[in-house]
Design a protein around this ligand. Structure first.
Ligand code: ADP
Ligand code: ASP
Ligand code: MG
Length: 439
């Protein structure tokens, strides 16, 4: 059995829900994971913000607007009066529940309950639509099997056992529909897998049932060899290794959430990225196999801060790096890139919440300088060190752009360069021209 995930844009309108319904009813039984309709989770966050600020009137205004939008979707989605009525009842029950949280104390607990309704609504709408079409579809509630442990990590043993039990209970269905993103925490409370987490749900469910394939459907035809929002000419990459996809997902190629890679890689289940708007396009296949001797893609991550610590004490000393790392660790700030010389070390971070405290602590060990508004450009491919020429090509493409750091050899799959954010567009275009467009 396959697991297919459709993102918010793929179910963003009544027409798109109909298109997805057509795609998933090909006679093959599958598990379909849906995101909330696009924009909904953001609106639910906005509602929660009003309630945190003790402004129930503001919240209710947004709730009413969102409800009216859903009523219009219902009218467009169903063709018979019976199903229009059923659809309206579904919407009303969810919005009544959302409204119930505007009355009392508002905490993180209520916020998570509010956020869960986006996916609960989209899946209920899809399930009802499939039933109107005469499809034997079953709506599985992710809260019955998606559970996290005490460390807020998914509990794969629990997920497998409970999901299997649900599938047995509803054996013989044409299709199973379930929610991405939502789960229960170790106290049994409603929680979620963080923004963009529906991809993670799909991957965890795929691993739980040992799926033959996990498909992530979005509104673009696979992972592109450069950011299509920034660069003129980009092409989909047909095949990627899990490690290559992980580097790209982390470094800004938003098409796939980085957390979704590990469960699939570990269970050796291929992940295919496909385009809902162009379902016959081949997309990108991510697996434990790689295409050798090629550079496959470039991605970039903004809002990076570089910190350099220079110290004569580092010379011939041991333990210096440990001290530096411990400072970042004590402020729960992870380091992305690192370059060292005999007298200094440069690192980059993307979370600057504790930057001032970190700098203060670092100054005890040497002279500290900071560069803000930087950008990591990540070049991904079969960059095994004995392959010659790829590093030279990358650096050559950026010959007129100031480069602050270069990191190579950390893995067999990537070269990272740190440049100014203001040079990003030019850098990505020049890399595309040199590496992929044969200029
Ligand atoms: P969905 O609604 O399907 O969940 P997301 O919001 O998760 O969609 O993001 C997918 C989007 O990421 C695509 O529509 C695309 O515009 C964008 N994207 C960013 N970088 C890349 C890249 N390198 N390759 C493909 N798509 C990318
Ligand atoms: N709906 C959630 C979000 O917008 C999860 C997802 O779409 O993956 O973040
Ligand atoms: Mg997404």
């Amino acid at each position: 059995m396959k697991v297919l995930k459709f993102g918010g844009t793929s179910v963003g309108t009544a027409q798109r829900i109909k298109d997805v319904a057509k795609l998933i009813t090909d006679g093959e039984c599958k598990i379909v994971v849906l995101s909330a309709m696009s924009g909904t989770t953001n609106t639910l966050v906005e509602i929660s913000d009003y309630l945190y600020k003790k402004n129930p009137d503001g919240a209710n205004e947004v709730i009413n607007k969102l409800e009216s939008k859903y009523e219009r979707h219902i009218d467009e989605l169903y063709s018979t009066p019976e199903f229009k009525q059923k659809g309206l009842e579904v919407i009303k029950s969810h919005f009544d529940e959302i409204r119930s949280y505007t009355k009392d104390l508002f905490t993180l607990y209520e916020e998570r309950l509010i956020l869960s309704h986006g996916e609960l609504i989209s899946t209920a709408m899809m399930n009802l639509y499939l039933q109107e079409q005469g499809v034997k579809s079953v709506l599985l509630n992710a809260l019955d099997f998606m559970r996290m442990d005490k460390n807020a990590e998914p509990d794969p043993v629990y997920i497998k056992e409970k999901l299997m039990a649900q599938l047995d209970l509803h054996a013989g269905a044409d299709l199973y529909i379930t929610q991405g993103f939502i789960c229960r925490n170790s106290y049994g409370e409603v929680d979620n897998l963080q923004r963009g987490g529906s991809d993670y749900t799909a991957s965890l469910l795929g691993a739980a049932i040992n799926a033959e394939e996990i498909q992530i459907w979005t509104d673009i035809d696979g992972m592109h060899n450069n950011d299509p929002r920034v660069v003129d000419k980009t092409d989909p990459v047909p095949m990627l290794h899990f490690e290559e996809a992980a580097e790209l997902a982390y470094f800004g190629a938003k098409i796939l959430h980085p957390t979704c890679i590990q469960p699939a890689k570990y269970a050796n289940i291929p992940v295919r990225l496909l385009n809902t708007m162009e379902p016959t396009a081949p997309g990108t296949l991510i697996s434990n196999k790689t295409k050798r001797d090629t550079i496959k893609a470039v991605a970039a991550k903004d809002n990076i801060t570089a910190i350099k610590i220079k110290s004569s004490r580092m010379l011939l000393a041991y333990g210096f790096l440990r001290k530096v790392f411990e400072i970042f660790e004590s402020y729960q700030t992870s380091i992305d890139m690192i370059c060292t010389s005999e007298v200094g070390v440069s690192v980059t971070i993307d979370n600057t919440k504790h930057l001032n405290e970190i700098l203060e602590d670092l100054r005890k060990y040497g002279t500290v300088t900071v560069d803000r508004d930087m950008c990591i450009v990540c070049i991904v491919g079969d960059l095994e060190w004995e392959n010659i020429g790829f590093e030279a090509l990358a650096v050559d493409a950026l010959q007129d752009i100031p480069v602050r750091m270069i990191s190579y050899g950390g893995s067999n799959y990537n070269i990272s360069l740190l440049i100014r954010q203001s040079d990003k567009k030019r850098a990505l275009q020049q890399l595309s021209d040199k590496l992929f467009n044969g200029k």
